[in-house]
Design a protein around this ligand. Sequence first.
Ligand code: FAD
Length: 545
Amino acid sequence: MLIPDFPFSYDEYLAHPDGLGSIPREQHGTEVAVVGAGMSGLVAAYELMKLGLKPVVYESAQLGGRLRGACQPGTGHPVADLGGMRFPRSARALFHYIDMLGLDTKPFPNPLTPASDSTVIEIAGRRHYAESSADLPQMFHDVAAAWQDCLEERSHFGAMQQAIADRDYRTIKKLWNELVPRLDDMSFSHYLATSKAFSSLPFEYREAFGLVGFGTGGWDTNFPDSMLEILRVVYVGAEDDHQRILGGAQRLPQLLWQHVPEDLAHWPSGTSLASLHGGSPRGAVRRIRRAEGPGDLIEITDRWGRTSTYPAVIATCQSWLLSARIDTDESLFSHHLWTAIERTHYMQSSKTFVVVDRPFWKDVDPETGQHVLSTTLTDRLTRGTYLLDDGPDKPALICLSYTWNDDALKWLPLDVEERVRLMLHSLKQIYPNVDIASHIIGDPVTISWEDDPDFMGAFSDNLPGHYRYQERLYSHFMQEGFAPSHRGIFLAGDDVSWTGGWAEGAVTTGLNAVWGVMTQLGGKTTAANPGPGDRFDELKPIRLG
Ligand code: FAD
């Protein structure tokens, strides 16, 4: 995911034998606060520990944040990934940690992929069954061709993908820097509607594109987004080759917390984040402010009133929480940065899962010769239904409905029973002969991320005109020119990255913050392995007027 705004190769930085840098010996053991134990906070804490610093992690809910899973303990039931569940192979920095921890992955059963036995696309009451995209009517092939044409027509698609594959950052920057001012104000739907390819086709083609999209489906909920946001996703293949983590995505942050690195400075061998914290992170942060007295320290107070001071803080919780849930000293950030924080746009998202006795959807209906139930994309309430199994005779999972934005808001006031009943009703219209309910075991689980006070939204997503805000948030780890009052607190997390909604952005911004803390404490990288800040001037996102 070599993001064109800042095409720094984090995977190469992570893999280099010189490591991420070093800290002067006299700073070893210095405490650095990390707010949030999601993927970003844990990557940052893990790498700070390896540098010989002492991360102090605060977490208001569970380790793992939006990689949270749900399962019924003791039942052997599969784990439902309530947040991130499918990870593109191009997320190389994320896969650095997945591979390091020895986690097994397997292809995610996305619609129309080999991992999904079959797919049903139901639109405007018409049902199309396909075991591969070749089975779909011509209209869907025309839609796919129109999408490719409109990417090429206005966004140098082929040239950009080639430049990314070649890691040719000069070409990437040249192509992208021309597009940013041209497309920042343009919505995804406007881009499609005014393209030569789609404007010559009836409206139904755009509707079908909105349902099926590219890769995972459901892209019409992103029609209001800035087109730049969509291009980032397709350029870097974020919608392709998705893997799921066996045993649940939350295993990744949990194992990182316990992992004992071999090559760490200062700490005795056997040290892990868990051992540094006596097993658990500290509780929720309630207040962040500049400490009185010398040294420009930052003071953090947790939910129990315990106050500690730090020379540096990495804040990885969703940025809105810094004003809405944490009493954060306004003077820690410039007004420009606060504006960017408040203007961040979060998508809503809801998921509802049921455990079933077995993957019965693989049964074939003797009358039709089709699987009795398929991965389903529909314009009904449920929108996306995904089928997940771990073998023929084991309990399996159905994600009855995965929705975003308005489709997610429809579920918000309903409790889990009402949600499941309505979802089963919707699916009954598509599969009149299948009794899904008769296979359900255990309790259903549901989530609406916007309803959870530790998140307030699922993930950030730029609207037209938001480039400037994202540029401020992303570049915040470069603090050299900042007023002293604005230094020492570093923002990280996927909402600060150029790829909100992708765990890769959580990892890479965590690494940016580590670079920022390291240099602030007098440390540095080696010449052979420059870090994101060392190459910032060369690669930095352009600034719009
Ligand atoms: P978080 O995980 O939000 O971590 C921040 C942490 O801060 C949380 O644990 C929170 O509890 C904690 N916190 C909040 N307030 C405080 C406080 N006051 N004090 C202390 N701690 C606090 N990514 C993919 O790559 N692929 C996907 O398929 C995918 N799908 C997704 C689907 C959904 C529905 C959602 C919600 C996310 C999805 N993502 C996906 C995105 C991925 O989950 C995130 O990018 C990643 O988990 C974010 O990590 P983070 O550390 O930046 O933030």
